[in-house]
Design a protein around this ligand. Structure first.
Ligand code: LMR
Length: 420
């Protein structure tokens, strides 16, 4: 009896200590360098606060925007939507329309059914699915990532266990493209490497290669037998026209590359929280495309089974209807134009407050971001002294700049940079 009580005590202390120790070694994760900025912004009670951190479009009052084409699509689908599962590869109609945006309305590759494509959980999900696919079928390969890049790219390929290398991209002195460094790195990478390229509106720098430079990059990547993977998160935000923003991809297609593309409707349709996007892989022929698609689905199944339906239906309703598509194109142009206007306003205000520094790059760079050149310490001062929130790499999300805050922002930037 005494023994059994002792045993019970021992057992309960073992189980007790075991259950208590399961997560004892777990340390808090570091804050996300981008989404952590939003958290800090929300926690600040100051009425002066400005959020130019996350890359999410705002109107000139600093408010999130739901596009009219989206509202109209939602009105049309309301009541007609059942809640059935989508197939593992997602909405066939949405994927079809999405491919046309990237590969071209009359693409031969679409006609020849050479593209393996699945709906993905926005651009992040598309990149992650590709990274997992790369690891499974090219386990020895590595990925070359530009310096700098969107911080999450590193997490994505790290968690997929794909070794990462970097290539030169941005030149801090010229605040432009380091074309010579980029070309050297492509040339020196082992044949058959994977290269991550931003199709347009590079995040975070706002610096894109020119058309001529893209042609050279494409030629070199072909010569070296590398695989180009495009992250196209901002189609439409560079020039205001999604067709023009697909130029780099079209150059690679003309040169006969097999490519992969991650597409997203977060930015250009404002469907941030709907998580709707697409991963496509251009294959040698239809048979290969069928096999690749089936393997992409196989990767999706144990992760999230099948993607969500609502955002996909919004997209296919808009793109499948000429009137709504025209409205969408107009609205994308409107968003891009407001950002371009804010670039001019920011530069003018910086000059007006008497900044002795050159701010030419603010208007030279394109897309949602301005890579200001400010140091992490200067950014910390902006946050601590002026309640201005942005990523510590000096990236300003131009989408958060408005006619109401641009003067305040310019003055604060001048204050923290004037002694440099
Ligand atoms: C950004 O770069 O701010 C956006 O792409 C949002 C994100 O998920 O990081």
């Amino acid at each position: 009896m005494a023994l059994s009580r002792k045993l019970v005590q021992q057992r309960s202390s073992v189980f007790g200590s075991r259950s208590m120790s399961w997560w004892r070694s777990v340390e808090p994760a570091p804050k996300d360098p981008i989404l952590g900025v939003t958290e800090a912004f929300l926690a600040d009670p100051s009425p002066d606060k400005v959020n130019v951190g996350v890359g999410a479009y705002r109107d000139d009052n600093g408010k999130p925007v739901v596009l009219q084409c989206v509202r109209e699509a939602e009105r049309r689908i309301a009541g007609n939507l059942n809640m059935e599962y989508l197939p593992m590869g997602g909405s066939v109609k949405m994927v079809e329309e999405t491919l046309k945006l990237a590969y071209g309305e009359n693409s031969e590759h679409i006609k020849d059914k050479r593209i393996a494509a699945v709906q993905a959980l926005s651009g992040t999900g598309a990149c992650r699915l590709f990274a997992d696919f790369q690891k499974r079928f090219r386990p020895e390969s590595q990925i070359y990532i530009p310096v700098p890049t969107w911080a999450n790219h590193h997490n994505i390929w790290r968690d997929a266990h794909v070794p990462q290398k970097t290539f030169h991209y941005y030149h801090p002195e010229t605040k432009g493209l380091d074309f010579a460094g980029l070309v050297d790195d492509i040339r020196n990478a082992p044949n058959g490497s994977f290269f991550l390229l931003h199709a347009c509106a590079h995040n975070p720098t706002g610096v894109d290669p020119s058309e001529e430079q893209w042609k050279e990059i494409s030629k070199l990547i072909k010569e070296r037998g590398h695989f180009p993977f495009f992250d196209m998160a901002y189609q439409g935000f560079a020039s205001g026209d999604p067709e023009r923003d697909a130029k780099a991809i079209r150059i690679f297609l003309e040169d006969g590359h097999l490519i992969g593309i991650a597409q997203s409707y977060a930015k250009n349709m404002g469907l941030y929280g709907q998580r709707v996007g697409c991963l496509s892989v251009l294959c040698e022929d239809e048979k290969q495309a069928v096999a690749v698609k089936s393997q992409l689905q196989m990767l999706a199944r144990p992760m999230y089974s099948n993607p969500p339906v609502h955002g996909a239906l919004v997209v296919s309703t808009i793109l499948g209807d000429q009137e709504l598509k025209t409205l969408w194109l107009k609205e994308v142009e409107g968003m891009a134009d407001r950002i371009i206007g804010m670039r001019t306003a920011l530069r003018e205000n910086l000059e007006k407050v008497g900044s002795p520094l050159s701010w030419e790059h603010v208007t030279n760079q394109i897309g949602m971001f301005c890579y200001s050149g400010m140091t992490p310490e200067q950014v910390d001062r902006l946050t601590n002294e002026f309640h201005i929130y942005m990523t510590r790499n000096g990236r300003i999300s131009m989408a958060g700049v408005t006619t109401g805050n641009v003067g305040y922002l310019a003055n604060a930037i001048h204050e923290v940079t004037k002694s440099t």
